[in-house]
Design a protein around this ligand. Structure first.
Ligand code: ATP
Length: 370
């Protein structure tokens, strides 16, 4: 069983605490993704697991074995970096075989493994080529193949797709997912790309400033983010955050009242005059009705509606993204509408917010309170 367990791992570099209070356990065979903005400590965690970095304190177990003082090469992990370095003078087959030859694996087994790995990564027809005769995506697959051929207990991947162009990244991401389904090797994958995190992960670990914000499966985290950072990080376009003041009848947002029905008012753990940040995803806002006259009084709104002005329209075929502003506010809201919506900058709209999908965050701590 190759579960990976981190217990209260901390790493300081002189005065900088890169990571702190890092504890989680990845069950054997699962695919976990560490995600978060630049500098949040993702690579430091991965490098600590690989043995390329030493924790200042805490314990790391791979299987049941304490790894704190075990050198990297004895950990039986394989790491693939963003800047994969293939040996330029070797063919694809030789590159994939190299790690096995170093370990003095039997030549027949090496040959079999190279063929199997090449087959699983669609590299069979490229085995005799040198790296410079390959595309970026093919080179990255060879780097993955070299790691897979070793049959490590744990796979560590540090932004392995970030050097690829968009189409290739999508394709390679899908291949990686399928590969993991076939091999079921415990995998830890670092990215700052939330689409990769959502699509690949059994579990996501969201990090910010060296600390874990939330751990969960992608859908649960998306549906119930623990705080504003997680809410804003997962989702594209991101969740809209609206500073507001609670009044018993609703929320005052830049002078407009977003009315709340009495049954919901009774449940909200808020006090009169409390400052909060409201969160609503772009797909949970709809057009109530087009405003027939541009000069209508901006302050009149009904129930869960807001009046806005269209600033930017982005038709994407299947859907239309619009950015709108509230009167007397420079903040822009993202709204995701169906395809074929005809709007222009300057149009005034009344938007309907789905109150079942409204989040409320403490404006000081960012923690979700509803
Ligand atoms: P990115 O997505 O930009 O690669 P990351 O989330 O992987 O970022 P880390 O590389 O783990 O972040 O860095 C976490 C923090 O630790 C950062 O503040 C970084 O500046 C700091 N750090 C990392 N390595 C060192 C080092 N060798 N010396 C000093 N500080 C370091």
């Amino acid at each position: 069983m190759t579960n990976v367990r981190l217990e209260d791992i901390k790493r300081r570099f002189n005065n900088v605490t890169a990571i702190e209070d890092i504890s989680f356990e990845i069950p054997d065979g699962e695919f976990w993704v560490l995600v978060g903005p630049s500098g949040c400590g993702k690579s430091t965690i991965l490098r600590t697991i690989a043995g390329l970095e030493t924790a200042t304190s805490g314990n790391l177990f791979i299987g049941d074995r304490l790894m704190n003082n075990i050198p990297a090469r004895q950990r039986d992990v394989a790491m693939v970096f963003q800047n994969y370095a293939l040996y330029p003078h070797m063919t694809v087959a030789q590159n994939i075989a190299f790690g096995l030859q170093m370990r003095k694996v039997d030549a027949k087994i090496i040959q079999e493994r190279v063929i199997n790995v090449a087959r699983s990564l669609s590299l069979e027809h490229l085995l005799d080529r040198k790296p410079k005769q390959l595309s970026g995506g093919q080179q990255q697959r060879v780097a993955l193949g070299r790691a897979i051929a070793r049959q490590p207990q744990v796979f560590l991947l540090d932004e392995p797709l970030s050097n690829l162009d968009a189409q290739l990244r999508d394709d390679t991401r899908a291949e990686l997912k399928q590969l993991h389904q076939n091999l079921a090797i415990t995998t830890i994958y670092v990215t700052h790309d939330q689409v990769e995190a959502m699509t690949l992960a059994d579990k996501i670990v969201v990090l910010n400033r060296g600390r874990i914000q939330q751990i969960g499966d992608p859908q649960s985290i998306y549906a119930l983010p623990a705080n504003q950072m997680v809410a804003s990080f997962l989702g594209n376009p991101p969740m809209n955050i609206l500073p507001a003041i609670y009044q018993y009848s609703g929320f005052n947002i830049s002078g407009q009242l977003l009315e709340i029905p009495p049954d919901l008012q009774a449940k909200l753990p808020l006090s009169q005059g409390q400052s909060v940040d409201l969160g609503i995803r772009p797909e949970h806002i709809h057009i109530h009705q087009p405003q027939p006259q541009a000069n209508q009084d901006d302050t009149v709104v009904n129930s869960s509606q807001l009046m806005v002005e269209v600033k930017v329209v982005e038709p994407l075929g299947r859907e239309t993204l619009i950015r709108v502003s509230l009167p007397d506010s420079s903040a822009l809201l993202n709204v995701q509408l169906g395809g074929g919506v005809r709007l222009r900058p300057g149009d005034r709209l009344t938007l309907q917010l789905d109150l079942n999908q409204l989040f409320i965050f403490d404006s000081t701590t960012g923690e979700r309170i509803w």
